[in-house]
Design a protein around this ligand. Structure first.
Ligand code: NAD
Length: 365
C-alpha cells in the first residue's frame, strides 16, 4: 500500500516540527510495510514571499491529489501588516474551506508522565482519554443573516440535516473502536437549532447499536470536563460550542507544544499541531515536535485505519516523557532538557524497542 502525503511545513518552527514528524512517519510506515510518498509545498508567509500568495493553486492542487496533508504552522512578525487576504493565516482558512474539512478532531489524552503537572488533581486526571469532534464549517460562525448596526448585532445559528449527519457518523464510527460512548453536547433547552441537532444525532445513533449516546448541555459539559474528564469517550458538538470545549479539553491535559489535531472532510484530511509558528524560538532546534508527531499518529488512525501504528507512536511518546526527557517548553526541575532533533530520535528509539518487545504479529494491520 502506498499513501501520498502533501507536506506543508509553513513558517517559523513549522519546518522543524514537520521534519521531525516525517522521520517518525517514515519509520513507522516501514515497520507496518506501507510506503509513503511525500510532496512538499509552501504555505503562509514563505509562499507569499516567493509567489505573492500565501497558498497557490498549484499547492492546493497537490493537496487535492494526496491521501492526507500534514501542516506545520504559518505566520510571523514579518507578515503581520499585510492585507487580510494575503496574510499567512488566510491560507489556513482557504485550505480548510477548499478541502471541505467539516470535522475538527482534538484529542484530550493525558500522558502518564504529565499527570502531576496539570492544573487538575492527578487522581481526577489520570486515565483521561477522550476526543472532541467539532463541526467546523457550519453553525453560527457561517449562518446568514449576520451583521450589526448602531442599535444591534446579529448572527444566525443554522444546521442542515446533512451537516449534522455527516459529523455524527464520523463520531459514532470512532466511538465504535474506542470505549463506545458518544456524548452529544448542545443547548437544546434554549436553542431550536440545538433541538434539531439532537433529533438528527438520535436518528444517526440508531445505526450504531454498539455505541451508547448521551446528551449534555454545553454549560454542564464545560463543568464536567474539569470535574470528571474520565467519563468521556467521544464528544460530538457544533462549531461554537466545540471551539470552547476543545480548548478546555486540550489545556487540562497538556501544553501547546503537545496538542495535535485532525480536520476531516468527505474526501480530504488535514493534520496539524494546534500551536502556531512560534517565531520567538524558530530556527533554534528548540521546538517541541510532539504535537506534530502526535498529529501523524492521528493520520495513521483516521486516514489509513492503522490504529496499532497510532498506538505505537503514542506509547513511545509517553515512554520518552516518562524517561524524563523534555523539550524546554515542558521541562520541570530535574528533567533532562533536549532539543527538537534529540527528542525525535529518542521517540524513534522507543518505537523500535516497543515494537520489538511486542510478540510478533501484534502490530499488524
Ligand atoms: P504560538 O503558538 O506560535 O506561540 C505561543 C507560545 O508558545 C510562544 O512562546 C512559543 O514559543 C510557544 N510554543 C508554541 N508552540 C511551541 C512548540 N511546539 N514548542 C515550544 N514552544 C512552543 O502562538 P503566537 O505566538 O500567538 O503566534 C505566532 C504566529 O503563529 C502568529 O503569526 C500567529 O498568527 C500564528 N499562528 C498560526 C497557527 C497555525 O498555523 N495553525 C496557530 C496559531 C497561531
Amino acid at each position: 500500500m502506498t499513501y501520498r502525503i502533501t507536506l506543508l511545513p509553513g513558517d517559523g518552527i513549522g519546518p522543524e516540527v514537520v521534519s521531525a514528524a516525517l522521520k517518525v512517519m517514515n519509520f513507522v510506515a516501514e515497520k507496518f510495510n506501507v510506503s509513503i510518498q511525500t510532496q512538499e509545498r509552501l504555505i503562509g508567509g514563505c509562499s507569499y514571499d516567493k509567489f505573492g500568495s500565501p497558498l497557490t493553486d498549484e499547492a492546493l492542487q497537490t493537496c487535492y491529489d494526496s491521501d492526507a496533508v500534514l501542516l506545520g504552522a504559518v505566520g510571523g512578525y514579518k507578515w503581520e501588516n499585510l492585507p487580510h487576504n494575503l496574510k499567512p493565516e488566510a491560507a489556513l482558512l482557504k485550505l480548510r474551506k477548499s478541502l471541505g474539512l467539516y470535522t475538527n478532531i482534538r484529542p484530550a489524552k493525558v500522558y502518564s508522565a504529565f499527570v502531576d503537572s496539570s492544573s487538575l488533581k492527578s487522581e481526577i486526571l489520570a486515565g483521561t482519554d477522550f476526543v472532541v469532534f467539532r463541526e467546523l464549517t457550519g453553525g453560527i460562525y457561517f449562518g446568514e443573516p449576520r451583521g450589526f448596526d448602531e442599535e444591534k448585532g446579529w448572527n444566525t445559528m443554522v444546521y442542515t440535516k446533512e451537516e449534522v449527519e455527516r459529523i455524527a457518523h464520523m463520531a459514532f464510527k470512532t466511538a465504535g473502536h474506542r470505549k463506545g460512548v458518544v456524548t452529544s453536547v448542545d443547548k437544546a433547552n434554549v436553542l431550536e437549532c440545538s433541538q434539531f441537532w439532537r433529533n438528527v444525532v438520535e436518528e444517526v445513533a440508531g445505526s450504531y447499536s454498539s455505541v451508547t449516546l448521551k446528551h449534555m448541555y454545553v454549560d454542564n459539559a464545560a463543568m464536567q470536563i474539569v470535574r470528571d474528564p474520565k467519563q468521556f469517550d467521544v464528544i460530538l458538538t457544533g462549531n461554537i460550542f466545540g471551539d470552547i470545549i476543545s480548548d478546555i479539553a486540550g489545556m487540562i491535559t497538556g501544553s501547546l507544544g503537545m496538542l495535535p489535531s485532525a480536520s476531516l472532510g468527505s474526501k480530504y484530511a488535514l493534520y496539524e499541531p494546534v500551536h502556531g509558528s512560534a517565531p520567538d524560538i524558530a530556527g533554534q532546534n528548540k521546538a517541541n515536535p510532539i504535537a506534530a508527531i502526535s498529529s501523524v499518529a492521528m493520520m495513521f488512525e483516521h486516514s489509513f485505519g492503522m490504529t496499532k501504528a497510532a498506538e505505537l507512536i503514542e506509547t513511545s511518546i509517553d515512554k520518552t516523557l516518562s524517561q524524563g526527557y523534555r523539550t524546554a517548553d515542558i521541562a520541570r526541575k530535574g528533567d533532562n532538557i533536549v532539543d527538537t532533533e534529540k527528542i525525535t530520535s529518542l521517540i524513534i528509539q522507543n518505537i523500535e524497542s516497543i515494537y520489538n518487545e511486542q510478540a510478533l504479529g501484534v502490530f499488524t494491520l
